[in-house]
Write a protein that binds this ligand. Structure first.
Ligand code: C5P
Length: 296
């Protein structure tokens, strides 16, 4: 996440994330699932602009290239993050927030969670609240399982619901092609259709490959327990996954609960070449293709 002052406020750029490993360890009494997942932030960003507002209201507006139908009221995680921060600190000032949305919705890229994290960081500064990172992370966990990740850094091993974050130091920059089918998937629906495994997969070899920066080893060890479930619920994901496995990249996986698939590439040139081929050959199966790199 990148945060800069503007003449009359702040601007925060909030990244998407990819899961390079995601195992479900079991269902919890609270209805959530315990996870072990390795997440990296990547260079596809939403932007949030914050300005103080004398009216004491929180006013959210949306700018998006696709005319997205996204609420700007209490259903939006940005609005909820601002409201939660204000209630917990008894702050009575307002803010106008403009969200430039580029990260696709219901895509497994955690755009909403990243926006929520950016809102906590941005308003903590704008309103001079002085909350520590750990306090912001606690608020973040109330808003969504992935929010804490974005407050802690750009690559991490995450457990619990996803909110217990151990930062990692990857051995090198990674290049990806994001491939978004025209249909999204609901995280809750994917988890509901999942049968947790009797014998969970161990993510240690993948984690070590990321720390070594060994792209081919990472590619061979990419794993997502939710992918077969998403492919059952959404045949478009299954079909696209078959197509992507033919491209010859270092690896291919679905991110989070889908529906985005990604190719792990050996370098920038390979990523651009793969994106060009996909844009040409799979146009009717794909709504967006983005070349991104890890933000370490
Ligand atoms: O935490 P978040 O709001 O992102 O989760 C959305 C939904 O995904 C939850 O309501 C739950 O159904 C499911 N989920 C889960 N276990 C997790 C994270 C999410 O079951 N660790």
């Amino acid at each position: 996440m990148f945060c800069d002052r503007t003449p009359d406020g702040l601007i925060v750029r909030t990244p998407a994330k990819l899961n390079l490993f995601l195992e479900v360890l079991g269902k919890r009494p609270d209805g959530y699932h315990d996870l072990a997942t390795l997440m990296v932030a990547v260079s596809l960003f939403d932007t949030l602009e914050f300005k103080e507002d004398a009216s004491q209201d929180i006013t959210l507006t949306l700018a998006s290239p696709d005319n997205l139908r996204l609420s700007v009221g209490p259903d939006n995680l940005v609005w909820r993050a601002a409201d939660l921060l204000r209630r917990r600190t008894n702050h009575c000032g307002g803010a106008t927030i403009r969200l430039h949305k580029r990260i696709p919705l219901a895509a497994g890229l955690a755009g909403g969670s990243s926006d929520a994290a950016g809102t906590l960081v941005g308003l903590n500064r704008l309103w001079r609240l002085g909350l520590a990172d750990a306090e912001l992370a606690e608020l973040g966990a109330e808003l969504g399982s992935d929010v804490a990740f974005f407050l802690h850094g750009n690559a991490a091993w995450c457990t619990g619901r996803g909110e217990i974050v151990t930062p990692l130091r990857p051995g090198r920059e990674l290049w990806f092609v994001l491939v978004c089918p025209p249909v999204g998937l609901s995280t809750a629906a994917v988890f509901k259709a999942l049968e947790p495994p009797a014998l969970p997969h161990d993510g240690t070899p993948l984690r070590e490959a990321v720390e070594r920066g060994d792209v081919n080893a990472i590619g061979q060890r990419l794993f997502n327990r939710l992918q077969p479930v998403a492919e059952r619920l959404c045949p478009e994901v299954a079909e696209l996954s078959r197509d992507l496995s033919q491209v010859g990249a270092a690896g291919c996986l679905m991110s989070g609960s889908g529906s985005t698939l990604f190719l792990l590439c050996r370098n920038n040139a390979e990523a651009h070449e793969a994106a060009e081929v996909l844009t040409r050959t799979a146009r009717e199966k794909v709504s967006r293709v983005h070349v991104v790199r890890s933000c370490f």
